[in-house]
Design a protein around this ligand. Structure first.
Ligand SMILES: [Zn+2]
Length: 400
């Protein structure tokens, strides 16, 4: 209703203006040299309006003509970019399928059409890396690392590329790149994990333990750092760190006992601390190695059986305690005593089992011999067999 009223009002005003112009009296004359032009005022105004429209159309046409080459170039560049992007996507797909040759072909197309695009650089670097062209991989990833928004992809490529080669030179290059990358991206969990893995690979367990984030990793790496430390005081500190991180890991207490035994003055005090560490270990995480260390200086079978009893009393009825008592009693020819503890010893641990892949190993080590996960080994008895995880469970970062 309001709209119809407004339209009517505008129409009336327009008609009034047109009628006003049409009824204007007089004549307009233009004299230019020998040319003369005369018309009534309404006709002259109409002609002037027409002239203005023609001038505006001409100016617009000229501008469009001037802009045409740039428009054409822009459209060509966009088409090139699209072709490059599509080739890069094809290269990514080929990389995922493991077809390195096809990936390199598509990556080259992507590079030709969109040489500065981060995705072109990434696929070119990754394809070169998978094909073993180290120089090309290095060059592409280094360029990508300088990219404002996609720099991390470049750093990740550089680190993975060098870390995957086993020679000392490549490993130290991976180390250098990971340090630079950490400066550029300090909060990256991937970088932290990679630094832990690199430090573990080169045997720098103290560095690895300092960078690790999970308790199980810290515990296992701290045990290794304690074993590795040349200074006994440092070895004691690392073993204590291991116990703090993983109180249920027998290797932590064994490391503390070993560190105290290595320490010199005052000898008696350190010996007492070593035995205290073994006793604490038996209470928290009994393992035959703790008993072995506890009884190592005792020769006489009867003495051994008696010492074993003091240890077993700290964790009574535990299968490991029962097994220890049965074994030492048998050694001392106390057959009745041995028989009494044999039944309870059935459930004692027999091997370390990886909590990730169920691989088994008789000796404790900081990483799983099969899947390489740090701190995953658990002392396990015959009844503790858990359901294995599917063999194809995705392990993030395992391929790096
Ligand atoms: Zn494993």
């Amino acid at each position: 209703m309001l709209r119809a009223f407004r339209f009517g009002l505008i129409a009336i005003m327009a008609l009034a203006v047109i009628w006003g112009i049409a009824t204007l009296p007089g004549t307009m004359r233009v004299d230019a040299g020998s040319y003369h032009f005369a018309a009534g005022v309404p006709v002259a105004i109409l002609l002037l309006l027409l002239l203005a429209v023609v001038v505006i159309v001409l100016i617009n046409g000229l501008r469009a003509l001037l802009r045409a080459p740039r428009h054409l170039a822009d459209r060509r560049a966009a088409a090139r970019r699209d072709t490059g992007e599509m080739a890069a996507v094809r290269a990514l797909s080929a990389l995922a399928s493991g077809d390195t040759a096809a990936a390199r072909g598509h990556a080259k197309t992507a590079q030709r059409h969109a040489p500065d695009s981060p995705i072109s650089l990434y696929v070119a670097g990754e394809a070169a890396r998978q094909a073993g062209d180290h120089a090309a991989a290095d060059q592409h990833f280094a360029t990508l690392a300088q990219h404002k928004h996609a720099g991390f992809l470049g750093w990740r490529g550089l680190v993975q590329h060098h870390a995957s080669q086993n020679d000392a030179g490549s490993q130290s290059l991976a180390q250098a790149h990971v340090r630079l990358a950490a400066q550029a991206h300090p909060g990256s969990p991937w970088l932290r994990e990679t630094r832990v893995r690199l430090a573990t690979t080169r045997g720098d367990y103290a560095e690895a333990a300092r960078l690790a984030t999970t308790k199980t990793e810290i515990g296992a790496l701290a045990v290794m750092a304690s074993r590795q430390a040349s200074d006994p005081t440092l070895a004691i500190d690392w073993a204590r760190e291991a116990i703090r991180a993983t109180p249920s890991l027998s290797a932590s207490y064994l490391a503390l006992a070993a560190a105290h035994q290595r320490a010199g003055f005052p000898r008696a005090w350190h010996q007492a601390r070593a035995r205290a560490a073994l006793r604490a270990g038996w209470r928290a995480a009994p393992h035959p190695d703790i008993a072995k260390a506890f009884l190592q200086d005792i020769e006489a079978p009867l003495e051994r059986a008696r010492a074993a009893q003091t240890l077993a009393e700290l964790n009574p009825k535990h299968p490991e305690s029962e097994k220890l008592l049965a074994e030492t009693a048998r050694g001392a020819r106390l057959e009745g005593e041995a028989q009494r503890h044999r039944a309870g010893a059935d459930q004692a641990g027999t091997r370390f089992v990886c909590s990730q892949c169920q691989a088994e190993t008789p000796e404790w080590r900081h990483d799983c011999p099969r899947c390489g996960v740090v701190g995953s080994l658990v002392w396990t008895g015959p009844a503790d067999v858990t359901t294995p995880t599917p063999p194809f469970a995705p392990v993030v970062g395992a391929s790096a």
